[in-house]
Design a protein around this ligand. Structure first.
Ligand code: SF4
Length: 472
């Protein structure tokens, strides 16, 4: 069954016999549409086809190209756009575009009488979209734009809504029940945190610290279901390191590589090139492990240690990649180090590590979780970067607890936990938005600024009125 949420990328010839709501014909330039240069054989075989002279032969080619152009343009049920662009400053729009007149009097697209070659932007789709809709889908879109434009007169907006209501509700575009912009936020009587007691993970509350709204979208609304190839690759490397450190596989390079090869999956990666890069990175990490890190890993006391602790009225859970003992100068154990592996190539600075909420939570967990507390006193938390060597081992960035570190961490955590439990989900103007997937629905960004706008239906018209009108 054909997918409705996808585009089809076709040559003109392959589009024959097919139809689409919207068609974009890319590259409408002289030389491509129509093609003006053809591969010629040693002999001019076309001369065998009757007694055509070169001029009539060229004319026949141009006619055939025009038919190709018309074939492409006629595949659209609703809208067709043509694009043409100069390459290295050269190129002219296709001569066939001059046959089209703009869809509106605004002059967008190819103006009447415009000679080919004077307009390099031949996108009729950029004409005023409300001026002359070509089909029901476009008409519905144009009417919805009028209805939601608060700058327009109320009578115009009301007329647009009434017209929409009169249109057959055969598509989502004409069915008001599917228009998100007509809906206000719903009040959920059930609080997210029962009795204001939040149960969350260290990574989620870290997101909340950066941006409350991002936490809401990803953790509360459950919109962030991405699993990245970086995560899959990171897990693979942890597994191989852990097996080697526990002695479950031999330390020699051949065995390490065999364990790595057996678990590496090309299907995780977006392309073969990316997979090859990661494959090489993994091999370099194994070499580094073998040459220096394996010796250090002999201090490991535990791997993948889960924890759960109370902070105020709330509960934070998580998992620590590795716990090492830290020997003192006298050879006796001085305490424990809590390690978190990172797949990033650029290590965090010591200052970033010192401020890391994740490492701070590890520290508190090592004091409060019974299983972790039994391993020793935490004296150091480390972010470990297998992709970067430092002194022949994996690079590290560290956080070391001061005298009142536990109290400081708790002071930092409590307002965050209380805020998330109280459902305070404002976006943060100072958040690190660079990798945020929610920009299209975030009011801090132009593409999402309408998302949380108040909904003001045209005067005298509400959903019940619309429904009643449609039923008549
Ligand atoms: S784009 Fe920035 S402000 Fe908006 S939700 Fe994402 S992190 Fe927060």
């Amino acid at each position: 069954m054909a997918r409705t949420d996808a585009v089809a990328l076709l040559s003109v010839n392959a589009a024959k016999g097919r139809e689409f709501d919207i068609v974009v014909i890319a590259g409408c330039v002289e030389g491509a549409l129509p093609r003006t240069a053809w591969p010629q054989g040693l002999f001019e075989a076309w001369r065998l086809d009757g007694d055509r002279d070169p001029v009539s032969h060229a004319r026949a080619i141009i006619d055939a190209e025009r038919r190709r152009f018309v074939l492409a343009a006629s595949r659209a049920r609703d809208r067709v756009s043509f694009t043409s662009a100069k390459i290295d400053g050269r190129g002219e729009p296709s001569r066939y575009l001059a046959a089209f007149r703009p869809a509106s009097a605004t002059g967008a697209g190819i103006a009447p009488g415009t000679a080919p070659g004077t307009d390099t932007s031949a996108d009729l789709g950029r004409a005023d979209p409300d001026a002359a809709p070509l089909g029901p889908l476009e008409a519905a879109g144009a009417l919805r734009r009028v209805a939601t434009d608060q700058a327009r007169p109320a009578a115009e907006r009301l007329a647009a809504v009434a017209t929409l209501a009169a249109m057959p509700a055969t598509t989502a575009a004409t069915n008001p029940a599917t228009w998100w912009w007509r809906r206000d936020w719903t009040e959920d009587p059930d609080p997210i945190a029962t009795d204001r007691r939040l149960r969350t993970s260290y990574s989620r509350i870290g997101t909340y610290e950066d941006c409350h709204l991002r936490y809401f979208y990803s953790s509360v609304a459950g919109l962030d279901d991405r699993t990245s190839y970086q995560m899959a690759f990171g897990k693979l490397m942890h597994t191989v390191f852990e097996l080697a450190a526990k002695g479950e596989i031999a330390e020699d390079p051949t065995t390490l590589k065999a364990a790595y090869r057996a678990r590496f999956d090309l299907a995780w990666f977006p392309s073969r090139v990316v997979a090859q890069q990661y494959w090489r990175d993994g091999m370099a990490m194994l070499a580094l492990w073998h040459d220096g890190e394996a010796e250090l890993a002999k201090r490991a006391l535990a791997f993948e240690v889960p924890f759960e602790m109370e902070v105020g009225d709330h509960v934070i859970r998580g998992r620590i990649d590795r716990v090492d003992r830290v020997p003192g100068g006298d050879g006796e154990d001085h305490g424990i180090a809590l390690l978190d592996y990172k797949t990033a190539r650029i290590p965090a600075s010591d200052e970033d590590a010192r401020r890391s909420l994740q490492l701070a939570i590890y520290y508190l967990a090592a004091l409060r979780d019974p299983e972790l507390a039994a391993l020793g006193i935490p004296v150091e938390m480390q972010l470990v970067y297998p992709a970067r060597a430092a002194q022949g081992r994996f690079a590290r960035a560290r956080q070391r607890p001061g005298g009142d570190h536990a109290a400081e961490v708790e002071r930092r955590l409590l307002p965050l936990l209380d805020g998330a439990a109280a459902e305070q989900f404002d976006p943060n103007p100072h958040a690190d938005c660079h990798f945020c997937a929610f920009k299209p629905i975030c009011p801090m960004w132009p593409q999402g600024e309408d998302f949380l706008a108040p909904v003001i239906p045209p005067a005298g018209l509400d959903q019940a009125g619309l429904d009643a009108e449609r039923a008549e």
